[in-house]
Design a protein around this ligand. Structure first.
Ligand SMILES: Nc1nc2c(ncn2[C@@H]2O[C@H](COP(=O)(O)OP(=O)(O)OP(=O)(O)O)[C@@H](O)[C@H]2O)c(=O)[nH]1
Ligand SMILES: [Mg+2]
Length: 468
């Protein structure tokens, strides 16, 4: 395999490179990042194998699991899952090439491990094997079926697309980081209505993989959960052809935003703010938004419900006044700061009502509403504050978490009696609010940039005088 010697896989450890060399060539790859997913990954591997065998019997397929070194036997499950021959026998398909499958422990990137580090290894392997299409799927999926592989790779292999984002129905309280930040912000900034920019299940072309590996903006957050928004934004900013594919319902390990999603929010939002600054030239001139091509049959499936502790969300928001009030004052424009102060008071009152011993009111029934426009402007204030380095990015984003909790609580209160489809209308309404408020962002962005240039000019003036 002399071919591989020239491939830039050199940041991979030698043992890994040997393993990759043993794989030879591949046209299509499914990459599965994992961390303690022993109970669910076997099903994902079987579905991926079945999809490759059934829909791409003429290609050279490979399945790669990049695991964090999970102590629960995740990797053992992967290598012990029924082999491709089993799939061939149950599907009655005779593929032209034998499917290969490996599970490896991925190396950290600059000392940081996480989903993004796992995906970086997956990209490196995909590049070394010169695959035409890479499909990435999460290892905690319950609703994946073999067809997902076709739906995610088809637009690349048959339609000439480079990036395929998932389109699925998620329970109305699932995907709250997507619904409140990444969807409306990506849509308003770049003008593309990508409904699930951090869904976790993607198709990527060989060209885009090479582009990813050539970027020089990898950070610790990208090595963790910042990876999904980094992939989507880098594809858009790089001018790659992006589409969506209809996968049905997303069912996976449930997460309660108030309890589980703080760190993920920080990693995702730090990344999107950083990229907003980096790609300002790509979005400053964009007005409005448009749909992007969607692929696949529309199915009607209802995802199962998810329990969320609304009282806790309101409480965390109210407590933000004490814990991060100073950061709010530094990051937010005066109108947003006073709106937030009033809202946090209301949240505190709702929590008190909900904990009363005599006639408690459920937190879901509280009169509490966090307006779309206030939320959109808060996010825009944070974009500007991050660019101006008003605070270290970590502190800025940490102070946004209680506000996100307040915003999510408001959406839950508003949509509790609605179906998932109906609740989606609130997310669409909010996305339009982001578009309508975009001139506010552009004005602040340009004014700040002028001020920065002016300040730089003023700083350099005395020198000019001296040198004269
Ligand atoms: N390799 C690796 N994979 C990870 C790590 N943490 C999470 N993952 C994988 O990343 C995927 C997504 O993680 P989840 O915890 O399901 O994230 P989620 O909150 O469901 O995110 P969404 O599905 O985007 O809503 C899963 O396949 C995890 O196994 C990690 O530290 N290392
Ligand atoms: Mg998940």
């Amino acid at each position: 395999m002399g071919r591989l010697a020239t491939m830039p896989t050199d940041t991979l450890p030698k043992a890994l490179r040997d393993q990759i060399e043993g794989l030879g060539k591949a046209d299509i790859m499914v990459g599965i990042p994992s961390f303690k997913n022993a109970s669910t990954i076997g099903y994902v591997v079987r579905a991926a194998q079945a999809g490759l065998v059934q829909y791409f019997p003429d290609l050279h397929p490979v399945v790669v699991n990049a695991d964090a070194g999970s102590p629960d036997g995740t990797q053992r499950v992967v290598v012990e899952t029924e082999p491709p021959e089993y799939i061939e026998s149950i599907l009655l398909v005779r593929p032209r090439n034998r499917l290969q499958r490996i599970s490896l422990t991925y190396p950290e990137v600059d000392g940081v491990g996480g989903k993004g580090a796992a995906l970086r290894t997956i990209f490196q392997i995909a590049r070394a094997l010169e695959v035409e299409a890479l499909v990435v799927v999460d290892s905690d999926l319950r609703s994946i079926v073999p067809e997902w592989i076709e739906l995610l790779a088809g637009p690349i292999l048959k339609g000439g697309f480079d990036y395929v984002a998932p389109l699925y129905s998620r329970y109305k309280y699932d995907g709250t980081i997507t619904n409140t930040v990444t969807y409306p912000l990506t849509r308003a900034l770049y003008g593309l209505r990508i409904r699930q920019p951090i869904g976790g299940d993607f198709g990527v072309s060989g060209d885009l993989i090479r582009h990813y590996l050539a970027q020089d903006d990898w950070t610790a957050d990208t090595s963790k959960f910042g990876i999904d928004i980094w992939m989507t934004t880098s594809a858009i900013a790089g001018g790659f052809a992006v589409c969506q594919t209809r996968l049905g319902a997303k069912v996976h390990d449930p997460k309660d935003p108030g309890a589980d999603l703080g760190p993920m929010f920080s990693q995702v939002v730090s990344t999107i703010l950083r990229l907003t600054e980096r790609h300002a030239e790509r979005w400053l001139e964009v007005h409005g938004s448009h749909d992007i091509p969607a692929y696949g049959f529309e199915r009607m499936i209802d995802p199962p419900p998810l329990q969320v502790d609304t009282r806790r969300l309101l409480d965390e928001f109210a407590k933000g006044r004490l814990t991060v009030g100073e950061e709010w004052a530094a990051a937010l424009a005066p109108e947003q700061l006073s709106a937030v102060t009033v809202l946090a008071e209301a949240a505190a009152a709702a929590v008190e009502e909900a904990t009363r011993s005599d006639t408690p009111t459920r937190a879901e029934d509280a009169h509490f509403s966090f307006p779309d426009e206030t939320w959109a402007r808060i996010i825009y204030d944070c974009c500007v504050a991050a660019r101006d380095q008003k605070l270290p990015l970590e502190r800025l984003v940490a102070s946004l978490i209680p506000l996100y909790f307040g915003r999510v609580a408001s959406l839950i209160i508003e949509t509790q009696a609605l179906t998932t489809d109906q609740a989606d209308l609130s997310v669409e309404r909010q996305a339009r609010a982001f578009e309508l408020a975009k001139p506010y962002l552009v004005d602040r962005w340009r004014a700040g940039a002028d001020a920065a240039t002016g300040a730089a000019a003023r700083r350099s003036r005395p020198q000019a005088v001296m040198s004269r």
